[in-house]
Design a protein around this ligand. Structure first.
Ligand code: PXP
Length: 253
């Protein structure tokens, strides 16, 4: 099964730079518009509990002013549920969140937190928000997503990305295989499979080749690269690398 691979651009770190000085520049909504024009299929924003980057006002503006589907990353809390129900983004990706972490470290324990997650998933689905669970590429977590009734899982690619940076080829191959196996396991059971975290120009190809993956969510690298080449160029190049990898894999299959 090969399908179109969507690119969700995570604009959190545009807000990180803005917040370093306060004020309104650079504007995440402007970044979302540039990403859209450069080939993004969706915009992702994580409203963290500590509001370290994206703010409530950003979510309001993004939900109101952008044409692309908005994917709200959120912790499994009542506060975030109320915000999601208020703004009704196209999708909500439930992520684990710890105040001290630098970024989302590790996936959600969907299996261990079944009772906590169940009403949240139900309420979001009831509001026609597409629910995704950000999990490790582990069939046990995908089974849990299925039993929770989440239609989408996003596979955490952070460990794979780290192995590439470390130059550990054996580990890279092992982690990539886990992502492949999880993607096939999920797709066979009717889940829509996404992936993301730590993806760059250098490591996106092998993940983009996996035919069962429908969407990649990429943020930090693109915003960092935008400093050197501009956001338009960074998104276009990422889009091109994804398309190239997917089409080469399709021809080889
Ligand atoms: N997907 C999820 C669920 C995330 O939490 C993040 C980081 O906010 C990303 C994708 C994007 O990761 P990165 O910024 O490393 O590209």
């Amino acid at each position: 099964m090969s399908q179109i691979l969507r690119l969700g651009v995570n604009i959190d770190h545009v807000a990180t730079i803005r917040n370093a000085r306060g004020g309104a520049h650079p504007d995440p909504v402007k970044a979302a518009r540039i990403a859209a024009a450069a080939g993004a299929d969706g915009i992702t924003a994580h409203l963290r509990e500590d509001r370290r980057h994206i703010t409530d006002a950003d979510i309001e503006a993004l939900a109101r002013d952008i044409d692309l589907p908005l994917n709200l990353e959120m912790a499994a809390t009542d506060e975030m549920l109320a915000i999601a129900l208020n703004h009704r983004p196209h999708a909500a990706c439930i992520v684990p969140e710890k105040r001290e972490e630098r970024t989302t470290e590790g996936g959600l324990d969907a299996a261990g937190q079944h009772n906590h997650l169940s009403p949240l998933v139900r309420e979001l689905r009831g509001a026609r928000i597409r629910v995704s669970l950000f999990v490790e590429p582990d069939p046990r977590q995908l089974e849990a997503a299925l039993s929770l009734g989440a239609p989408v899982v996003e596979l955490h690619t952070g460990a794979y990305a780290h192995a590439v940076i470390d130059g550990d080829t054996a580990k890279t191959a092992e982690l990539l295989e886990k992502i492949r196996t999880a993607a096939a396991f999920g797709a066979e059971r009717g889940l829509e499979v996404h992936a993301g975290h730590g993806l760059t120009f250098d490591n996106v190809g092998p993940v983009a080749e996996i035919a069962e993956i429908a969407e990649l969510n990429i943020g930090h690298f693109l915003i960092g690269e935008a400093i050197f080449s501009g956001l338009d160029s960074a998104v276009r190049r990422m889009r091109g690398l994804m398309d190239q990898a997917r089409s080469a894999a399709g021809k080889a299959a």
